[in-house]
Design a protein around this ligand. Structure first.
Ligand SMILES: [Ca+2]
Length: 470
């Protein structure tokens, strides 16, 4: 800590966390120490594999923008400042600084917290604390509406110090939590099937006991660093140990970086079990992850909300899992939480390009966005089996609800055209595609979508020549 910073702001050590051989800590530096309702360090020790560490401050404040200010960076009362010192261990080069909404009363409540996150390092970075414009300019920033913000470094040095500023951007004071995670591997990665995988942190997480009026709440976060990926499907592997899991409600939420909309899926909603439970939550209806008899069992999320609500989301950003206990006595912990995201396309030329097998009586869904400039869309299926093709704007198609459909797709394939002369006509927005296998056995198929901007649409690709087995 430099004397410069000490001279500017009071310093209180908010939390110190440790693990067997590495220390990480956030130092809490801002003026509203009395408003600090709770501060706690979160310790992560995994029995196997990488050992990310984290440090966190929960439920802290910045003042609102009440007065006009001369400095573009605002007055110091709008800011909360923190430092984070990376662990001293080599290879912990991945550091993520994440803010998220403080939720202490109701999981469903979302306030209008609007903050920005600035993170600097090096000699210039520390001057962020005196709101030096050059330091603010040189900082990595995460701006935009809402309280969930993140900045990532992939080249952090051992014991490197990061200077963190959280700025209120709204007229009211903002309440937020902040966590810093350091890891020796990236926060998201690809598996052998090219799926995006992200494990939440911290793990394990004890869920505090609570009451209906004062639930015990913990937030786990997973960070996906794949700005180009659109979600075709997400499934979640989750294991929880609890003495009475009927006390619990666990909600996965994500704000779509494309359109800013937030969706949430309630994985476990006061469902009862005692002891250890591990499951794969899958709402896709693709049916390829097993069933209730599998190990671990595959099950649908309890709701409200479903993992299908994330179809079409940009995959990137912070995925939040909030778990709460609202019944007195009996406690437990989240042992594991991993997200697997299947991309809608592996081909930059098509917003959707999937080659899959669809089980008998099963659906495959995908989504894509139609820009204002689009003139027509081609939704193409190649298949060697009996499938039906549905398209719908704004929501997943069903047998009864769709904008356009083609049953008994002729083999080896066809393109469904949606254009400006259709009824309903092509409109900007998110379109959902469903392919249904009406046969009695699995069929291989390829689904791909092209969005055209031509004044004179090309129809030459209407019939797909290639065989999916070619
Ligand atoms: Ca309880």
């Amino acid at each position: 800590m430099s004397s410069l910073i000490d001279a500017q702001l009071p310093v209180t050590t908010a939390c110190v966390t440790s693990m067997r051989t590495a220390f990480s800590y956030i130092t809490f530096n801002h003026r509203f120490v009395s408003k600090l309702q709770a501060a706690l360090g979160l310790l992560v020790i995994l029995a196997f594999g990488p050992q990310p560490t984290s440090a966190a401050v929960t439920q802290t404040w910045v003042h609102g923008q009440r007065n006009a200010v001369g400095n573009v960076n605002g007055a110091t009362s709008l800011w909360a400042f923190f430092t984070y010192t990376n662990v001293s261990r080599a290879n912990f080069t991945n550091v993520a600084i994440i803010t998220f909404p403080a939720r202490d009363l109701s999981l469903q409540r979302r306030n209008d917290t609007d903050i920005s996150l600035y993170v600097g390092n090096g000699l210039v970075g520390k001057n962020l604390f005196i709101l030096d414009p050059a330091a603010a300019s040189a900082s990595r920033k995460s701006v935009g509406r809402g309280a969930t913000k993140f900045v990532v470094f992939s080249n952090a040095q051992p014991s490197e110090v990061f200077f963190i500023g959280v700025k209120s951007e709204g007229p009211q004071a903002a309440m937020f939590s902040i966590i810093v995670i350091s890891s020796d591997r990236p926060f998201s990665w690809r598996d052998a099937s090219n799926n995006v995988v992200a494990t939440a942190f911290p793990l394990p997480t004890d869920v505090p006991d609570g009451t209906p009026d004062h639930p015990g709440v913990k937030n786990l976060l997973a960070l996906v660093l794949e700005p180009e990926v659109t979600v075709q499907r997400i499934y979640v592997t989750n294991s929880i140990f609890h003495e009475q899991a009927g006390d619990l409600i666990g909600i996965l939420s994500h704000t779509d970086p494309i359109d800013g909309g937030t969706d949430a899926a309630t994985l476990n909603n006061h469902r009862t079990w005692n002891g250890f439970d591990a499951a794969v939550y899958d709402d896709s209806d693709q049916g390829d992850l097993g069933d209730a008899t599998s190990v671990p069992p595959a099950r649908t999320s309890d709701g409200p909300g479903t993992l299908r609500d994330f179809v079409g989301h940009g995959a990137g950003g912070v995925w939040e899992y909030a778990i709460s206990d609202n019944a007195l006595f009996n406690t437990g912990r989240v042992e594991h939480l991993t997200l697997v995201i299947q991309p809608a396309s592996t081909n930059a030329d098509f917003p959707v390009d999937l080659s899959r097998h669809i089980g008998a009586g099963r659906w495959l869904h995908a989504a894509f966005d139609v820009p204002f400039s689009a003139t027509n869309v081609q939704i193409c299926v190649s298949t060697d089996g009996p499938v039906d093709l549905y398209a719908r704007r704004g929501d997943l198609p069903t047998f009864a609800l769709f904008d356009k459909a083609l049953t008994n797709v002729p083999q080896p394939g066809v393109c469904l055209e949606v254009g400006l002369n259709d009824s309903p006509r092509l409109n900007p927005g998110r379109y959902y595609v469903g392919v249904y296998n009406s046969g009695a056995s699995p069929v291989p198929m390829r689904l791909f979508v092209t969005v055209q901007r031509n004044l004179t649409p090309r129809f030459d690709a209407r019939v797909v020549k290639e065989s999916v087995l070619a």
